[in-house]
Design a protein around this ligand. Structure first.
Ligand SMILES: *Cc1c(COP(=O)(O)O)cnc(C)c1O
Length: 401
C-alpha cells in the first residue's frame, strides 16, 4: 500500500456524542454520511454512528443509501436514512423499495414516489419536504408554492409528510442577518404546514456550524431554543444535521459586522479529527547545494539536503497547492513530532520532503500526510479551500481502527 487512511471509530463516536450532548435532550442529531462520509467511508462510519446512537443518517443518493443499508444490516443496527439530494426518475423506485426517506420539494416527485409505492393508503410513504428559505439551492419556496404542495399532501393519503426541513447558507456567522431571515421564513413555513393540518414527526435545520455557533444556542443548557420552538409548533421533534463536525472539523465561527454578542466556537476545540492519512518513505537521497528539485526545478536546494520520497501525490488527493517553490512555502508531513517540509512540486504519485533535520528518517518509515500536526484545516488554508473539499478529495485505501 502506497498510502492509507486510518479512521478512528472511537473518535467518530466521541464526536457524535459530543454533538448530541451539545444540542440537549430535546433535539436529535442526524449523522450526515453523504459523499462517502466526507471521504472517510460511508459504510464503516455509518455502522459506528448507528452504534453510537444516531437515529438518522444522511446519504447523498439512493445508491449510497442502499450500500450503507447493506453494511448496517450486517451490523444489526438500522437507523433511518435521508436521501439528501432530490431523487431523480427511477431513483424513486429504489428509494421506495429500500425504505429510504427522500427529500422532496414538489408534487411531481411525490407523485412518482406514490406510484412507486403502489399508491397504498394503508401504508403511506414518508417524505421530508425541504423549504428554500434563502439559499436558492433545493426546496420549495415558502408562500404560494408551499401552499400548493401542502394542499396536494393533504388531499391524498399515499404520501405522508414525515419531516420538514431547511438549510442555512451562513450558519458559521454569529449574528448572521441571513440566518435570522431564513429562520423567520422557516417559522412561517412550518406555520403553513400546521395550518394545512399536516403533522410532521421531524422538523430539522442547519449543520455542524449551527451547533458550533454560540449565537444560536442557549447559554445555560446549550440547546437550540429557536429550533425546538419551531418543532414544537408542529408537535414534531427537532433535529440538526451534522457532517463535518462528526469527522472532527468545523469552520471557524465568524462575526457578522456589527454583531456584539458571543462569537466563540462552542465545540471546535473539543472535536477530534477522525482521519489520519499515512504513507511510507520509499527513498532517501542527499543532494548538493544548487540542485533543482522536482518538475520545472522550481525549488533549488539552498544547502546540502537530505530528501525523502513519499509515494503520494495529487492523484491521491494531495493538493498541488501544497507544493513548495522558491517563492512559496508549501505544506509539510509529520514524522512523529517532527515536521518535514514539502520541496518542489507535488507530482501525480510522488512527493519530496526535506528530512535534513530529521536524520533518523529511513526507507520504510511512516509519515503522516494529514492528521495530528498537519490537519485538513492546514491543507485547506494552503490550497485556498475549505476542509470539506480536502477530506472529500482523499483517495486512499481506508481502514477502520
Ligand atoms: C451536507 C449537509 C449538511 C451537513 O453539513 P456540515 O456542515 O457538514 O455539518 C446538513 N444539511 C444539508 C442539507 C447538507 O447538504
Amino acid at each position: 500500500m502506497k498510502s492509507w487512511v486510518e479512521i478512528s471509530g472511537q473518535r467518530l463516536a466521541a464526536n457524535y456524542r459530543l454533538l448530541a450532548d451539545m444540542v440537549g435532550a430535546e433535539t436529535s442529531v442526524m449523522a450526515v454520511v453523504k459523499a462517502d462520509a466526507y471521504g472517510h467511508g460511508a459504510d464503516p462510519c455509518a455502522v459506528v454512528l448507528a452504534a453510537a446512537g444516531a437515529e438518522w443518517l444522511g446519504v447523498t443518493d439512493a445508491a449510497e443509501g442502499v450500500a450503507v443499508q447493506a453494511s448496517l444490516a450486517q451490523a444489526g443496527v438500522q437507523p433511518r436514512m435521508l436521501v439528501m439530494s432530490e431523487a431523480l426518475g427511477e431513483e424513486a423506485e429504489t428509494v421506495v423499495e429500500h425504505g429510504l426517506t427522500p427529500v422532496v420539494s414538489n408534487v411531481e416527485q411525490m407523485e412518482a414516489l406514490a406510484r412507486a409505492a403502489g399508491n397504498d393508503a394503508s401504508r403511506p410513504f414518508g417524505v421530508h419536504l425541504e423549504v428554500d428559505t434563502g439559499m436558492a439551492r433545493q426546496g420549495v419556496s415558502p408562500g404560494g408554492a408551499l401552499d400548493d404542495v401542502l394542499g396536494w399532501l393533504s388531499r391524498q393519503s399515499a404520501i405522508s409528510l414525515d419531516g420538514v426541513m431547511t438549510h442555512f447558507a451562513s450558519a458559521e456567522i454569529a449574528g448572521s442577518h441571513q440566518t435570522s431571515e431564513q429562520r423567520t421564513r422557516f417559522e412561517q413555513a412550518v406555520g403553513q404546514v400546521v395550518a394545512a393540518g399536516l403533522k410532521p414527526a421531524w422538523v430539522h435545520a442547519g449543520n455542524s456550524s449551527t451547533i458550533d455557533n454560540p449565537a444560536d444556542a442557549e447559554t445555560a443548557t446549550g440547546s437550540l431554543p429557536w429550533l425546538v420552538n419551531v418543532a414544537r409548533m408542529a408537535g414534531a421533534r427537532a433535529m440538526v444535521r451534522s457532517g463535518l463536525a462528526l469527522y472532527g472539523y468545523s469552520l471557524p465561527v465568524e462575526r457578522e459586522q456589527g454583531y456584539g454578542g458571543d462569537a466563540r466556537s462552542r465545540i471546535r476545540s473539543r472535536l477530534q479529527p477522525v482521519m489520519t492519512w499515512k504513507t511510507r518513505v520509499t527513498g532517501v537521497r542527499e543532494v548538493e547545494p544548487g540542485t533543482k528539485i522536482g518538475y520545472n526545478g522550481t525549488y533549488t536546494a539552498p544547502h546540502r539536503m537530505r530528501l525523502a520520497l513519499l509515494p503520494v501525490g495529487y492523484a491521491d488527493g494531495l493538493r498541488r497547492e501544497l507544493s513548495a517553490t522558491g517563492a512559496h512555502t508549501g505544506g509539510w508531513v509529520m514524522f512523529g513530532e517532527a515536521r518535514a517540509a514539502l520541496v518542489g512540486r507535488v507530482s501525480m504519485n510522488l512527493t519530496i520532503v526535506d528530512v535534513t533535520g530529521i536524520q533518523s528518517v529511513a526507507v520504510g518509515d511512516e509519515a503522516v500526510v494529514l492528521g495530528a500536526g498537519i490537519t485538513a484545516d492546514d491543507h485547506a488554508r494552503l490550497a485556498g479551500t475549505i476542509p470539506y473539499e480536502i477530506l472529500c478529495g482523499v483517495k486512499s485505501t481506508r481502514c477502520l481502527r
